[in-house]
Design a protein around this ligand. Structure first.
Ligand code: DP6
Length: 320
């Protein structure tokens, strides 16, 4: 095949990945657990082309920084193929990019799958996940389906599916915050924490433990136990940023208000749990029958302008 299209779903960290071990190859310092979200898809087509350079179009634009990162990733595909192939890459996110939710997880998972297929590399799921990881750590978790866990302590960390999408009987309500101050990428944020946060080593120990505990909770069907751990884990990750110098604070007032709202909803018997990635957008996970109530709650928070509700999804899909 010299052309392939891949669809990947953004993988939201549940037990977060936030820190790398030394060395080349984008190696995570600890395990992490995430879930693929159906409403946040990236669709990428890779074609092998004649010529001596890649043509990369991301979301219809030519962003030099994003294109350079994708180009560097394609070098890895060329290396695996053992041939100086060049690619035309066309990639779009099937969700509002203006919302600032564009995720490197679905982006690099789709790019890895499309380019590997177009180059006729026959990679199994483990190898494809390890390849996607080199583009972005969370992308490794977007290759397998459902609830996925990154295995950290091997030469080439990769992710496996630990449970099908329905194992967590929730939907994910994403509160889209009005854009605040300039974004600091996850990559830069975790590097700043490793260098300057006095909490970072403690966070990494906690992250290791949490990933293992969360897997057990999911497998034993302890949904509320899982929710409580996911919420505490996200706050601990953000605390690592709070302790950085200068402080790295992704939260806006609306983010914290959404956490308070989750606490209040639970007091009223609606089991909604909070998480948040490296940005201001809060995510509440909860049983689907409470979607209208959660939406109303989030939209009542000043600073949140819309809500995207998503179910969990399977893994990356490749078509011709
Ligand atoms: C906060 O996967 O974007 O979303 O490997 O440097 O590309 P790089 O980082 P990235 O980090 C994601 C961090 C997070 C938590 C998570 O997804 O587990």
């Amino acid at each position: 095949m010299s052309r392939a299209t891949a669809i990947a779903y953004a993988n939201l960290g549940l037990a977060k990945y936030w820190g790398k071990r030394p060395g080349a190859g984008n190696l995570p310092a600890a395990g992490s657990v995430g879930v693929n979200l159906k409403a946040l898809r990236t669709i990428t087509t890779a074609s092998v082309i004649d010529g001596d350079r890649d043509e990369i179009r991301l979301d219809g634009e030519n962003s030099p920084k994003a294109a350079a990162r994708a180009g560097a990733f394609l070098d890895l595909v060329r290396e695996l193929a053992g041939k100086p192939l060049h690619f035309r890459i066309e990639s779009r996110n099937d969700f509002p990019t203006a919302a600032g939710l564009a995720s490197s997880s679905s982006g690099f998972a789709a790019l890895a799958a499309a380019a590997a297929h177009a180059a006729d590399l026959r990679l199994d799921e483990r190898a494809l996940s390890a390849l996607a990881r080199k583009g972005s750590g969370s992308a490794a978790r977007a290759i397998p389906g459902g609830v996925t866990r990154l295995i950290p302590d091997v030469d080439e960390p990769y992710a496996v599916s630990i449970a099908p999408p329905e194992a967590l009987p929730w939907v994910w309500s994403i509160g889209v915050a009005k854009t605040g101050p300039k974004d600091i990428s996850s990559r830069d944020g975790m590097a700043a924490c490793a260098e300057t946060s006095s909490f970072h080593d403690a966070w990494i120990r906690r992250a290791r433990e949490d990933a293992e505990t969360l897997e057990r909770l999911v497998l034993s069907g302890d949904v509320d136990g899982a929710g409580a751990l996911i919420e505490a884990n996200a706050l601990a990750m953000h605390a690592d940023g709070f302790a950085a110098r200068p402080p790295l604070v992704y939260f806006l007032p609306a983010t914290l208000a959404a956490w308070r709202a989750a606490v209040e909803l639970r007091r009223q018997g609606v089991m909604a749990w909070f998480t948040c990635d490296a940005g201001p957008h809060p995510v509440l996970m909860h049983p689907p029958q409470h979607a209208a109530r959660v939406r109303e709650t989030l939209l009542a928070i000043p600073g949140l302008e819309r809500v995207i509700v998503s179910a969990a999804a399977g893994g990356v899909e490749v078509t011709g």
